[in-house]
Design a protein around this ligand. Structure first.
Ligand SMILES: Cc1cc2nc3c(=O)[nH]c(=O)nc-3n(C[C@H](O)[C@H](O)[C@H](O)COP(=O)(O)OP(=O)(O)OC[C@H]3O[C@@H](n4cnc5c(N)ncnc54)[C@H](O)[C@@H]3O)c2cc1C
Length: 420
């Protein structure tokens, strides 16, 4: 059977891994960017290299003879989903969720108000966001949201060059971060510390920050009461214990401020001077002057080829992964964008099982037909071998004490390939 997987994030690789175990299957991974791995490369924070180690597993899948990679192909632009669906026995959409959810408040579209996908994409050198220019001369940063992505953004903005050693942050981003004038990073949650979605390990890392004290705008007594309350879940208690330790991290010259039961209601100003109006549950107002506002409130996927979205409009509508004709979907493209990398494995395995029980193989030479079509359309795709070369070059170009120097645009990558 010939299967095309669109996207090359975790959900794509888990599906490719399962499908490629059958030697009769040929799997072509078709990716919009020049590089594979989706959010593992462009979402997971650059200082979380242990998490990025999953790439080693994905590379073992990519090394298999019956798995191929075609980068720099957007199926909403270059090659159409209809062509892929007609050419392959089955198609799996593993295109993720790259759009930011909206706050739906006044002033949200003023320049300098970013979705976390933009900021995360910027510090991870996602070609789509490398030209972003977040204002790091601002004294205050406001981050809205109480999940791990909010923590990632705060931590990366708070770390100095030495603290970022061992990461795969690029030299240009590092230079920008090193000249940052940020003094206060506010993290606002509309609910309380008990409800925050932070994971313990991410929260704990804040204790190690070199230059930032941690302030918790919440009664320490209440935190201690919660900790001693037997009815509260252990995971939540562990988070609260860390919050309790934060009160003692003082006397550094900059601050990260966790502030709860507060929501932004309006952003006032222009590109150069902004204020965020925040209210608490009593409707008391706080105004913060800032030129960098980051909304870390979740992601949603885009529709592809006018395929229907679910009623929340956050992901593609499917029947347990089946969409229509020979088209299936998995990962964040077909589910709410929550959970960790591994959460996508079971979903992808289910879709693979479905395909194996529902599809009768009838197509021939699908890969050759794809290559022919790419040539006919003059699309400069990145092959598996090309990616191997780029991967080695990125490692070779790394600054000392850093992991790699990513190519920041497709043109840069294509140019480097020509020179090899
Ligand atoms: C900022 C952030 C940090 C995270 N950190 C962690 C962490 O530390 N640990 C953890 O376990 N999980 C983390 N996660 C969650 C994890 O990244 C996701 O669970 C996982 O990446 C979802 O996998 P996916 O394959 O569905 O989507 P993605 O990883 O988003 O992959 C989708 C792929 O599809 C491609 N694509 C999209 N549209 C097209 C198109 N039209 N044509 C061709 N290709 C296309 C994209 O370029 C991308 O490569 C994080 C998520 C975010 C957003």
């Amino acid at each position: 059977m010939y299967i095309a997987i669109i996207g090359s994030g975790p959900s794509a690789f888990y599906a490719a891994q399962a499908l490629s175990n059958n030697d009769n299957n040929k799997v072509d991974i078709i990716e919009k960017l020049f590089a594979p791995y989706g959010l593992v490369r462009y979402g997971v924070a650059p200082d979380h290299q242990k998490t990025k180690n999953i790439i080693k597993l994905f590379n073992r899948v990519l090394e298999k003879e019956n798995v191929n990679f075609f980068g720099n192909i957007d199926i909403t632009e270059g090659i159409s989903l209809n062509f892929i669906s007609d050419t392959y026995d089955a198609v799996i959409l593993a295109t993720g969720a790259s759009k930011d959810k909206m706050l739906n408040i006044k002033g949200e579209n003023i320049p300098g108000v970013y979705g976390s996908s933009q900021i995360v994409g910027w510090y991870n050198d996602d070609p789509k966001h490398v030209s972003l220019s977040p204002d790091l001369n601002t004294e205050n940063v406001v981050i809205i949201g109480n999940g791990n992505v909010a923590l990632d953004c705060a931590r990366i903005l708070a770390k100095d060059q030495k603290e970022l050693e061992g990461s795969d942050i690029s030299s240009s981003t590092l230079k920008r971060l090193s000249s940052s004038k940020i003094k206060n990073i506010y993290i606002f949650g509309r609910r309380g510390p008990k409800e925050a979605k932070f994971t313990i390990s991410e929260l704990r890392e804040f204790k190690e920050l070199e230059n930032f004290s941690i302030k918790v705008n919440f009664s320490r007594e209440l935190i201690e009461t919660y900790i001693n309350d037997d009815s509260i879940d252990t995971r939540i208690k562990k988070n609260l214990e860390i919050f309790n330790e934060f009160y003692d991290i003082k006397n550094k010259n900059k601050n990260i401020i966790f502030d709860f039961f507060k929501s932004p209601v309006e952003i006032i100003g222009d590109q150069f001077n902004k204020k965020v109006k925040i209210i608490n549950s009593n409707k008391d107002t706080t105004i913060i002057n800032t030129n960098l506002i980051i909304k870390a409130i979740g992601y949603r996927s885009s529709s592809i080829n006018n395929l229907k979205m679910d009623e929340s409009n956050n992901f593609l509508l499917s029947n347990n992964g089946y969409i229509e004709k020979n088209i299936y979907a998995t990962g964040w493209a077909a589910n709410n964008s929550v959970g960790v990398i591994g959460t996508n494995k079971a979903r992808s395995l289910d879709v693979v099982k479905k395909i194996e029980s529902e599809i009768v193989s009838s197509k021939n030479n699908s890969t050759d037909k794809l290559i022919e079509e790419l040539k006919r359309k003059n699309i400069n795709f990145i092959s598996k071998k090309d990616w191997e070369s780029l991967d080695h070059l990125e490692e070779k170009n790394a600054m000392s004490n850093f992991i790699r120097e990513k190519f920041r645009t497709t043109d840069e990558a294509l140019k480097a390939l020509k020179q090899t």
